[in-house]
Every structure is written in structure tokens, then in C-alpha cells.
Design a protein around this ligand. Structure first.
Ligand SMILES: Nc1ncnc2c1ncn2[C@@H]1O[C@H](COP(=O)(O)OP(=O)(O)OP(=O)(O)O)[C@@H](O)[C@H]1O
Length: 341
């Protein structure tokens, strides 16, 4: 197991962030029973979160990533008070979530991408009205917040549609609005862009950026999409097997993992492999595959794609181009390899 905070120098090392959200040695152990023979079942422990400590300052937007089963959702559930930690100390805005869950609920918003907090049979509008009453949101504030969400999340045409009839992407936008109607100071987003098309993803990200800039909302974001992190978070924490493995910048994580991003280039015609050299440093890209007019070029994930795109556009007959992020599992696997003796 790697040490915690393998992070990049300087940024976001888990120190120096005053603690609006504070975790100190937090643990969550589940007791499960599993089959051990035809009739016998034995008890066994799952350490979903295994002694995690970090602080998030007010107004920060932090990515919280890791492979499946790493302990991300369990952490978020403890931060909302849904689950009680088995050990350690946890505070959100000075509140112990599991002891004062209702008081905390007025100050936080939560979006679980895989599940909805909306009423399945009701149109969005009615779900929002119920929240208006539940959270006792002043009328004017409610209307302003709803208008803003409707505009930025494109909900106008969806307000009278029952939630069960919405697509996953539409439902997600509806859920994000629901989490924001009461002006939460902290927003937990668990896979908020899952199932969204490229345009909806861009809209949601833009909206979150504005929310953070204008209202200073603190955001903890769990995602499998590294582009979410790249565009929203200066700081990323990586969790694996319930432990904090890294706390720093995304570029730093790519450096530690020596990961690569991929340019997928569509040329006007079939051509020999693209070659981009730079004086002194040698090749800037590595051609991984050529299939007719399409070429796949790998480059270090910590480098900027913009100058490479500009060079390709200037030197080759370019039709189309996209950038693919490395997946989180691959980055983490390389992190382990890099740390192995
Ligand atoms: N209620 C529960 N009872 C028993 N085990 C659980 C429970 N909830 C989670 N776990 C286990 O705890 C571990 C962490 O799960 P968690 O859902 O927090 O992971 P995750 O990082 O959110 O994963 P994913 O990306 O797949 O959502 C997993 O091994 C999971 O099976």
C-alpha cells in the first residue's frame, strides 16, 4: 500500500486547507454474512473506509476519485449523516453529520448519480414544490434559485414531465436543481455526469463552475470522468481500498502515474504516421495505431493538448480531432507500479 499524500508538491496536499469539511482517521466497517458451505454462513468485515484524514476549505472544489468499491460513496454517505462512522472524527461546517443530520441537511446538497431524490411519479415541478416546503425556503429565494436552475440546466420543457418519463441525463439535471434549491453551502456530487451526452456534460460543468465562483459553494465531486476533474477541480484526492492514496493536482497525479492521454485524429486521407518533433525534447506524440485516415496519438497526460492540436491543424489536412482521457483505473494501476520498489 502506498503512503497517503503521494501528491504533487505544493498544491492541495491535505495540509493548509482550513477545515470546513474535516475527516480525522475516519473508518467505516460493515459486518457482512457470506456463505461458507451449503448451510453455514460466516460473519466477515468489510473495511469500506479505513482511516481517512483530509480537510476541505470553504469554497474549494475537490475531486474524490478511485476504482469501483474504493469507498467513495461510503465516505459521502458519512458526510451527509446517512451512515455513522465506525471510528474517527468527522465534521461538516462544525456539525457532526450522524448526530445532527437534520440540521446539516439545511446546509448541504447531495446528488447521487445512480439514484434519484425526486418523487418518481411526480412532475419535476411538484417535487420542487415539496422541497420548497420541506426546507422552508423563503418564496423569493426559491423562485430565484428555481429560475436560475431552469435556465442553466435547460429544464423549462421538463418541469411538467413525471420523473419516471425522463431520460437519465434529464433526470440528473433535475436532481442537481433539486439539490440546489435551498442554497446549500456544501454540495456532494456522486457521479453527476454519468449517462449525460457531451453537450449536457458541458452545461452541467459550466453551471457548477459558476455556482462555485458566484456563491462560493464548496463541492466534493466523485466521478469516473477525469474531464470533470480537469475542468472543475484544482485538487483531486484518490481513494483505494478505503485509504487515501493521493492528494494534489490532477497534473501531479498524471506525473506520478506517468499516464498518457490520447489524441484521436481524423485526417482527410490516409497518410503515414503523424510525426511531431520539438527541438531538444524529441517526439511530442507517440503514434499508437493507424486505421485508414484515423490515427491515435499518445502524449503525456500532464502536457497541454492545445499546442499539439495547433501543430497538427497547421501541418496536416485535419478533418476532426478529439482528446481521450486515461481511465482512473489505469492511472491508479500505474501509480502503484511507479511506487513499487
Ligand atoms: N451497506 C453495505 N454493506 C456491506 N458492504 C458495503 C455496504 N456499502 C458498501 N459496502 C462495501 O464497501 C466497499 C466500498 O463501497 P463504496 O460503495 O463506498 O465504493 P465506491 O468507491 O463508491 O464504488 P463505486 O465507484 O463502485 O460506486 C465495497 O467493498 C462495498 O461492497
Amino acid at each position: 500500500m502506498l503512503d497517503t499524500s503521494v501528491g504533487a508538491a505544493g498544491e492541495g496536499m491535505g495540509v493548509g486547507h482550513d477545515g470546513f469539511i474535516t475527516l480525522d482517521g475516519v473508518e467505516k466497517v460493515f459486518q457482512v454474512r457470506r456463505k461458507a458451505g451449503l448451510l453455514r454462513r460466516e460473519r466477515h468485515e468489510v473495511r469500506a473506509v479505513d482511516g481517512i484524514s483530509f480537510q476541505v476549505a470553504r469554497g474549494e472544489m475537490v475531486g474524490y476519485i478511485g476504482p469501483n468499491g474504493a469507498g467513495k460513496s461510503t465516505t459521502i454517505k458519512m458526510l451527509t449523516g446517512i451512515l455513522t462512522p465506525s471510528g474517527g472524527r468527522l465534521r461538516v461546517a462544525g456539525i457532526d453529520p450522524s448526530r445532527e443530520r437534520t440540521r446539516l441537511a439545511h446546509r448541504i446538497g447531495v446528488v447521487f448519480g445512480q439514484r434519484t431524490t425526486l418523487w418518481w411519479d411526480l412532475p419535476l415541478r411538484d417535487s420542487y414544490r415539496l422541497m420548497h416546503r420541506m426546507y422552508r425556503i423563503p418564496d423569493r429565494r426559491y423562485r430565484e434559485n428555481l429560475d436560475r436552475c431552469v435556465e442553466h440546466l435547460d429544464l423549462g420543457e421538463l418541469l411538467d414531465v413525471p420523473v419516471r418519463q425522463l431520460s437519465l441525463g434529464q433526470r440528473m439535471r433535475g436532481d442537481i436543481a433539486a439539490a440546489l434549491l435551498h442554497d446549500p453551502e456544501v454540495l456532494y456530487l456522486d457521479e453527476p455526469t454519468i449517462g449525460l451526452d457531451v453537450i449536457s456534460k458541458a452545461k452541467v460543468r459550466q453551471f457548477l463552475k459558476e455556482l462555485n465562483a458566484e456563491r462560493g459553494t464548496t463541492v466534493l465531486l466523485t466521478t469516473h470522468d477525469l474531464t470533470d476533474i480537469e475542468q472543475l477541480c484544482r485538487r483531486v484526492m484518490v481513494i483505494d481500498h478505503g485509504r487515501l492514496m493521493y492528494d494534489g493536482s490532477l497534473a501531479g497525479l498524471h506525473e506520478v502515474g506517468e499516464s498518457e492521454r490520447m489524441l484521436v485524429v481524423d485526417l482527410e486521407r490516409e497518410l503515414p504516421p503523424i510525426s511531431l518533433e520539438s527541438e531538444g525534447t524529441g517526439p511530442l506524440v507517440r503514434v499508437v495505431k493507424v486505421e485508414g485516415p484515423r490515427q491515435w496519438l499518445a502524449f503525456p497526460a500532464s502536457a497541454s493538448a492545445a499546442p499539439l492540436v495547433a501543430r497538427i491543424a497547421a501541418e496536416y489536412p485535419l478533418m476532426d480531432l478529439s482528446v481521450r482521457e486515461p481511465d482512473i483505473e489505469a492511472v491508479i494501476a500505474r501509480m502503484y507500479e511507479a511506487a513499487a520498489p
